[in-house]
Design a protein around this ligand. Structure first.
Ligand SMILES: Nc1ncnc2c1ncn2[C@@H]1O[C@H](COP(=O)(O)OP(=O)(O)OP(=O)(O)O)[C@@H](O)[C@H]1O
Length: 241
């Protein structure tokens, strides 16, 4: 078993606010790990630290069982919570920019842009300027940009916010497809039916991962019949500690 990401004893404070208090997290190859928790719990902060975009105050990170290098970070696929797109450019130009950064050129680049645009159903909108895109289209374009270099590891921060149920379902089909092909995905979400589709779930609350496991196993452990109830039971347990 290989571990695409390992974070050990991570601590993070903003001024006097403790956001991460000794968080350890190990992702297994080929799993979809759902990171859940109340708003402001530190999910984005944890993802950004794992990605190398933010520095932990202390703790250790390994990427593919090695100390992370800049190149290793480049090989990750990241979809931020707010879309990092160039609105004055077309969707095609945006994808072309991200593809070039990743070293794709010429015919291979063009083919890959069409492939990822199809995967998120934006292939007919590639010529449009991003300024004319809806919120959901921007989310999908951000995802396409994260897919462009076929990374082995994806960090997706609330990838389906603002998307209609049909597109949401299609994106999850895509996530499962990526997983089947061997990719590992860490995804933050507040949507319970998405949580149910994760291989494992971790609940971050008050700076700690207070529960972790497969959704079914967690339902058994907390004697509840829905993922939503796990969330509530885990939170209650966390509050008692
Ligand atoms: N750069 C920063 N400077 C100061 N405080 C910050 C910074 N980034 C995050 N925080 C604070 O850290 C806490 C955790 O934020 P974070 O965005 O990681 O939470 P989250 O779990 O992702 O929330 P949500 O579910 O609402 O997206 C919040 O209280 C936030 O205000």
């Amino acid at each position: 078993m290989s571990f695409p990401i390992k974070g050990e004893h991570l601590h993070k404070k903003y001024k006097n606010q403790i956001v991460l208090n000794d968080v350890s997290l190990t992702l297994q190859e080929g799993e979809i790990y759902g990171l859940i928790g109340p708003s402001g719990a530190g999910k984005t902060t944890l993802v950004r630290i794992l990605l190398g975009l933010e520095k932990a105050d202390s703790g250790k990170i390994e990427l593919f069982e090695q100390r992370p290098t800049l190149n290793a970070f480049r090989s990750l696929g990241y979809m931020a919570q707010s879309d990092a797109l160039y609105s004055e450019l077309s969707a095609y130009q945006n994808l072309s920019f991200f593809a070039s950064i990743q070293g794709l050129h010429g015919k291979a680049k063009k083919a890959r842009i069409l492939e990822v645009a199809k995967a998120v159903e934006l292939d007919k909108d590639l010529k449009k300027s991003v300024a004319q895109f809806s919120g959901g289209m921007k989310r999908r374009l951000s995802l396409a940009a994260a897919l462009i270099h076929q990374p082995r590891l994806y960090l997706l921060d609330e990838p389906t916010v603002g998307l209609d149920p049909l597109i949401r379902k299609k994106l999850w089909t895509l996530f499962h497809y990526l997983k089947e092909k061997g990719a590992t995905i860490i995804v933050t979400t507040h949507v319970m039916d998405e949580v149910a589709q994760c291989s494992r779930v971790g609940l971050l609350s008050e700076g700690k991962i207070i529960a972790e496991g497969a959704p079914k196993a967690l339902m058994q452990r907390y004697h509840v019949s829905s993922v939503e109830d796990i969330f509530i039971a885990m939170e209650k347990e966390g509050a008692k500690k």
